[in-house]
Design a protein around this ligand. Structure first.
Ligand code: ZN
Length: 257
């Protein structure tokens, strides 16, 4: 794969803005958990602006996967993401895991999320990421028919690839838990350790000339002492010749190649 501008490799920064819907079962039954809910709100109200400032400072754009219900609840935050030139992707409606839903419920999550995100952003999302990265056959098969060009939920490859979706296909931008902040910072974790892992992955992506996706959450990486590792990741990638682009740009490039 060759990358725009003769770049040596390609990098995407992705941010999952789950809000209170990221609590178990889409937050249902968590009404009394005020502390847990406040941590989630911190992510939307404090973490997202901090991450946006880092990306703006480096003049790069990322992809923010947002549940429709979060967009409806926080239209200013999601509007600011879109106004910054970033991609807003579909991350379910109430952040329910597709594998725990019936086909009819999965259809509802997709449709309700599309409606809410399109209403807030003013543009229909073309990228999808399954909540908790638990894609189910019905949802994957429905994506192409609903106009999605790309997905970022599967772990079957390192590089961008194409996967079947119903009678069509979508571009897959693979992910892995090891490149996600959530498992690393589960009640602790040293930012320097995750930073070293991210930089080691940059080394390998560059050596292999491929694309790599990094994933973070604003209530986790948006904390001040952690956010600086995103700044260093982006600086390092730009310094050694990466093309840093949102998933929609990478999918369009790969789809046209
Ligand atoms: Zn999520």
């Amino acid at each position: 794969m060759s990358w725009p501008g003769g770049a040596a490799y390609a990098v995407s920064v992705t941010v999952d803005v789950d809000g209170t819907f990221g609590l178990p079962r889409g937050g249902d039954g968590s009404e009394a958990r005020l502390t847990s809910r406040s941590e989630r709100s911190y992510g939307v109200l404090r973490g997202v602006p901090r991450i946006l400032a880092i990306l703006a400072g480096a003049r790069v754009t990322g992809t923010f996967y947002v549940p429709g219900a979060v967009a409806a609840e926080h239209p200013e935050t999601v509007g600011a993401i879109a106004a910054g030139g970033h991609e807003v992707g579909h991350h379910g409606h109430r952040h329910r895991r597709p594998d725990e839903l019936s086909d009819a419920e999965q259809r509802h999550e997709l449709a309700a999320g599309l409606e809410a995100l399109t209403s807030v952003v003013g543009k229909r999302p073309t990228g999808y990421r399954a909540p908790e990265w638990e894609m189910a056959p019905y949802t994957l098969d429905a994506l192409a028919g609903l106009g999605f060009s790309h997905d970022s939920s599967l772990m079957s490859d390192d590089d961008v690839c194409r996967v079947p979706s119903g009678s069509g296909s979508v571009i897959e931008l693979p992910v892995h838990w090891s490149l996600d902040d959530a498992p690393h910072f589960d009640r602790g974790g040293d930012p320097a350790t995750l930073s070293a892992m991210w930089h080691a992955e940059l080394d390998m992506a560059r050596a292999e000339g491929r694309h790599v996706t990094f994933t973070m959450h604003p209530e986790i990486l948006g904390r001040p002492h952690r956010a600086c590792i995103l700044e260093r990741l982006v600086e390092r990638a730009l310094g050694d010749g990466a093309w840093i682009a949102a998933h929609r740009e990478v999918a369009a490039h790969v789809g046209a190649s």
